[in-house]
Design a binder for this molecule. Structure first.
Ligand code: G6P
Length: 611
């Protein structure tokens, strides 16, 4: 939610910042702005995407070697030019960009208004910079000290960067609850919400922790915390190729990421799984594997697509390990005063590693003494740092807002965790364990086969672009896939879609079925095949349009479906890895044909750092 980027060094700041904002647009894209020191501290901002801002900058002399920019996902105040960041202080000598929410902004605002401050926007951020300036003027301290003092008084979450008219060699940044990375180049520094705007210039980065500040003044970087204790910068090398964050010839990131899955699934297993030797290792779990083996219960917390991966994992842990599992929406779990007992283990799943509700659920469970495992994609993000142990999904950067390759990588990691625990617990026969390892290694090839049906799926999609509703039905392992298929469609095409367990259909959704209602059945050959065949007939009897995802060679379901998409046969527990692929492609093509912005769907953001 909101992307921030800043630069100081010999390059033209606006080039670095505009490019960086485009890379961060997945975080929010309702308005954009930039501040530069080009003959004054000048702010340019615009409702709309970065390209709108870029157009509006034509004709200005933007020569500046320091600057900062912001792409917004609105919280306080509608998306318009005034509410876009950066925001000026009262004297316009300071400017700020901010990702997060200042919860006590209204009381701060009232105090400031009493002192005569007036505000141009409805944002909490503008209040924040007025507040900083108020302290700066009253305390007669350095600007970084004024920022520090302000930070000790605000409640909420922030990643901020502050610039000052009085010092064109100063950038002050801080974080609490919202991510911030500092890039360390040769004679230049970068700051951004994640490493993607930075890696084409340097791969040396510092991930700021909560309550830390980074001050770059006259070429020197200082890191300290908000209690004023100096800290030694911990510089890490990021292992990310530029290619991984570009579209690579695809029309959209989402399509590229769907097609990357054979590789991302392999990457996720690389060095961890080897069927020939029967080896399955997750380095990050080693120390805590007994905790999981001895767990009385596993609680999985996540949001969105990651929550769907959690539902599949529930089946893995119950089938292989015989451990009871509960899958929780992090946002509900954190506010419910849940019962967490000794012997409970939490698994938090998150692509971004920054989702505010998931992070808060982790903190709450930790305070109750729980051991927490993380399954995250973004290396160095907040969730992996807040957990006791975990495993990265190694799917590479996922930029399309609709999650695709992160989901399949999450399934792989969760399956590996469950298998390791089951083997150690003795709840899985060695033969079955080995079969699963072999089949996991076959999955990339099977995904590749499904991707070959892309043209056919596009043709099917073309028939449904004017539909208002969709139903997705599946049973067993394919039930969470039905939920995920429906989520994909509604996220990017704005068609209302619901996922349901196929048998539950008769307790409600069946009332909706008529000739205008397409129903996607995930009806692969598994233990509930006969049951789902009956469910298809129930829909056909009511004239619903049936699109079935079937196992290759199935001759029965095609006779009762309007359209079928074949997927290769695999072990039942691994089927979600294969059966979700056509659903990703179906939603992608429907959205493209409806002229929707697939990578940046309205109102959504990739990394939800507000609750
Ligand atoms: C947002 C994204 C989804 C994602 C969800 C959870 O809603 O648009 O794609 O599934 O957040 O995000 P996480 O990063 O925690 O997996």
């Amino acid at each position: 939610m909101c992307g921030i980027v800043a630069y100081i060094g010999p390059r033209q700041a606006q080039d670095v910042i505009i490019k960086g904002l485009k890379r961060l647009e997945y975080r929010g894209y309702d308005s954009t702005g930039i501040a530069l020191m080009n003959g004054g501290l000048n702010v340019y901002k615009k409702k709309g995407k970065v390209s709108e801002l870029e157009k509006s900058l034509n004709g200005f002399d933007l020569n500046s070697h320091i600057g900062m920019g912001h792409t917004r996902w609105a919280t306080h105040g509608e998306p318009n030019d005034e509410n876009a960041h950066p925001h000026y202080s009262a004297t316009k000598k300071l400017a700020i960009i901010h990702n997060g929410i200042i919860e006590n902004y209204s009381s701060l605002k009232e105090d400031l208004e009493r002192k005569g401050h007036t505000f141009q926007s409805e944002t909490d951020t503008e209040v924040f910079i007025h507040f900083i300036e108020d302290i700066y003027e009253n305390e007669k301290c350095s600007l970084d000290e004024a920022v520090r003092l302000a930070l000790t008084k605000v409640i909420g979450a922030y990643a901020i960067v502050v610039m000052s008219l009085d010092n064109s060699e100063l950038l002050i940044a801080a974080r609490k609850g919202s991510p911030l990375v500092v890039g360390v180049g040769k004679g230049e520094y970068f700051m951004a919400s994640d490493a993607t705007p930075i890696i084409e210039y340097t791969n040396e980065v510092i991930y700021l922790n909560d309550y830390e500040m980074a001050i770059i003044n006259k070429g020197e970087l200082t890191i300290k915390n908000t209690e004023n204790l100096p800290l030694t910068p911990y510089i890490q090398t990021v292992d990310m190729e530029l290619e991984a964050i570009e579209k690579g010839g695809f029309d959209h990131y989402m399509l590229k990421e769907i097609f990357e899955q054979p590789r991302s699934i392999k990457d996720c297993m690389r060095g961890r799984l080897d069927s020939a030797s029967g080896r399955l290792i997750l380095g990050g779990l080693r120390e805590y594997v007994n905790t999981l083996v001895n767990a009385d219960r596993i609680l999985i917390v996540a949001c969105g697509t990651s929550w769907h991966a959690g539902l599949v994992a529930e089946y893995f842990f119950e089938e292989y390990c015989r451990i009871p599992v509960e899958v929780e929406y992090a946002s509900e779990f954190r506010y419910r005063n849940p019962v967490i007992r000794e012997g409970d283990v939490i698994i938090a799943i998150s692509q971004s590693g920054e989702t505010a509700d998931t992070l808060a659920a982790i903190e709450m469970a930790k305070s109750k003494g729980a051991i927490i495992f993380g399954v995250c994609n973004v290396v160095g993000s907040s969730i992996p740092r807040a957990t006791h142990a975990g495993a990265y999904t190694h799917a590479g950067p996922e930029i399309g807002v609709a999650s695709t390759k992160a989901f399949t990588a999450q399934l792989i990691v969760l399956n590996m965790i469950a298998l390791i625990v089951a083997q150690q617990k003795g709840t899985i026969p060695q033969q079955k364990f080995l079969e699963l390892l072999i089949e996991m290694e076959n999955i990339p090839e099977k995904v590749e086969i499904v991707l070959k049906h892309n043209d056919k799926i596009r043709d099917i999609a073309a028939k449904f672009i004017d539909t208002n509703n969709f139903l997705y039905l599946g049973r067993g392992y394919n039930f969470p896939v039905a939920l995920e298929g429906a989520l994909k469609l509604k996220e990017i095409s704005y068609i209302h879609a619901e996922g349901y367990p196929a048998a539950e259909m008769k307790h409600g959704p069946i009332a909706l079925i008529d000739e205008a209602m397409p129903v996607v059945f995930i009806a692969t050959k598994d233990s509930s095949y006969e049951k789902i065949v009956s469910n298809i007939q129930e829909v056909k009897a009511r004239k619903g349009k049936v699109i079935s995802i079937i196992t290759e060679g199935d001759t029965l379901i095609p006779t009762m479906s309007d359209h079928v998409i074949e997927v290769p046969k695999t072990i039942e527990s691994l089927m979600p890895l294969v059966s979700v692929i056509p659903l990703q492609l179906l939603s992608y093509h429907i959205a493209v044909m409806r002229d929707c912005n697939v990578d940046q769907p309205r109102n959504l953001a990739k990394s939800v750092t507000v609750e």
